[in-house]
Design a protein around this ligand. Sequence first.
Ligand code: ZN
Ligand code: ZN
Length: 248
Amino acid sequence: MKLKILGSNSKGNGYILEGKSQTLLLECGLPLKDVKEALDFNLSRVVGGIVSHLHGDHSKYANDYLKNGITLLMNVETSVHLSKADDRRGGFTHIIEAGRQVTIGEFKIMPFSVKHDVPCLGFLINHPESGNILFVTDTHYIPNRFKGLNQILIEANYEERILNENLIDGKIDNIRYQRVIRSHMSLETTIEALKANDIKEVQNIVLIHLSPQNSDAKLFKNKVVEATGKNVHIALKGLTIDFNKNPY
Ligand SMILES: [Zn+2]
Ligand SMILES: [Zn+2]
């Protein structure tokens, strides 16, 4: 299993879980062209995609993915939102909800609710090659605890100190400040969440959805390495990470 990162910020989110024989897409915030390029123009192994919520940086191109025959799993709010868009829907939308596991090909997916400013889902994804993958974005904290995790993709949007400095310096206004703290995860909360979970078997922690303004990639990576002692990556466009479960 490989994780391929197409993009990971408010301009557009897209990730690919590329297994030996089956591939799952995470989010539709980047053009399908980007997916095609990352998969050498062969979409035949794509079993579907999941969309966390309706915001454009996660769902903007979903109708295009559907029109190209990709089955997408999403909550009802996202589906309603997409059906209002100008684009006509052609593909198959599968409505999912928190607490109900779905299986798509070799991927078992358990959605759970997170704390954003619109209904948003986090996911626990199991695949035999990668083990248990936690994928959580656009939330100000994680209400659940997980066992037996092998790989983690987790939002680390801002650092409290940087955000506060940007407010004082007038780089962001109060409305923006309030929205960020109520809908996105701080590095401090990310670290707390990692410490609150069983991460003994975790091989990779991928920090996602960093704010270009309110974060510092190098500092974030160092702090999470310090707190967890794990392999930590910053989700940069074009990066590929080995997501195979250690056999031992
Ligand atoms: Zn987002
Ligand atoms: Zn969002």
